[in-house]
Ligand binder design. Sequence first.
Ligand SMILES: Cc1ncc(COP(=O)(O)O)c(C=O)c1O
Length: 362
Amino acid sequence: MERVYNFSAGPAVLPLPVLEQARDEMVMFGDSGMSVMEMSHRSKVYMAIIAKAESLLRSLLGIPDSYAVLLLQGGASLQFSMIPMNLLTQPEQQSVDYVLTGSWAEKALAEAKKQRVDARVAATTKGVNYARIPTQAELVLNPQAAYLHITSNNTIFGTEYYYTPESGEVPLVADISSNVLSRPMEISRYGLLYAGAQKNLGPSGVTVVIVRRDLLGRRSDLPQMLDYKVHADNDSMFNTPPTYAIYILGLVLQWTQEQGGVAAMEQRNIRKAAKLYAAIDNSSFYHCPTEKVSRSRMNVPFTLADASKDALFLAEAKKVGLVTLAGHRSVGGMRASIYNAMPEEGVDALISFMADFERMHG
Ligand SMILES: Cc1ncc(COP(=O)(O)O)c(C=O)c1O
């Protein structure tokens, strides 16, 4: 059996060289005599692995020293709760702003509300089925808000921000789960950024939080595991970190650096996305529901003119090694996730399959 082109939204395709290196080092890492999975997280050899992962992430994203990098568990979903817990000092008397651009933003807002804070919607594009990102002019911002939350790439609806919202003194918080490392980001414009790893960073199990250090320690009554400061003070070693996931994260970061870093990834991603969107737009059989200005380079949703052919499309695609193309269960249709590790040939293969399918069934 050959490896397929996997268009999954996450967990998603990983670079083949990463998998091969992990395979080669699986049973014995270097001269340690054991697998990374078996190592004490406090051993010298493991400390070097986690330190390297952090330093690669810092250099790839240009993270200033004034930001802590935390490698946590619980996924991006736990951050929906940890963010309001950590950034609010007196929830009952404070408010926070959320921009709603899809299901993940809705979930983040719902969790914030549970902290008894006045969580406001600064803008929403739900009225157009989240087909685009609101413009800066559309954001109704509260200058007193404890933070402004955005979702930089909307994995399900396939939209992405192409500007960094201006939030004045209010810390900008971004869920970058599905476009981290896909292009340069100006970290100093944000108070906090977070990402579950299972798209551009590595396997599920580790969650990256990048937080401005002056935002740490606002609360002293949090459970320790939910307190950013505890994790920052302990270099993400307060308890046993997800050791193997962090090791793979390090390999993915190394690979990203070898590809030329995030600027080179961006150029590749622009090319990949442009040709796929062009193939959709130039056909009368396929349709992309998102507006051109906001189209994601990572997640490309599309529908078939005849939805009764969806199952056939997926089955035929699978036969030629193109898998996990079904849209999210909440929206239907198709979705091709073309993260950093999806080779350009994978996108080419999909485009050519789509043309063949249209010829035969369109
Ligand atoms: C943008 C975004 N935010 C949050 C999540 C939830 O992440 P997790 O499953 O790591 O909690 C996802 C998952 O796909 C996502 O795409």
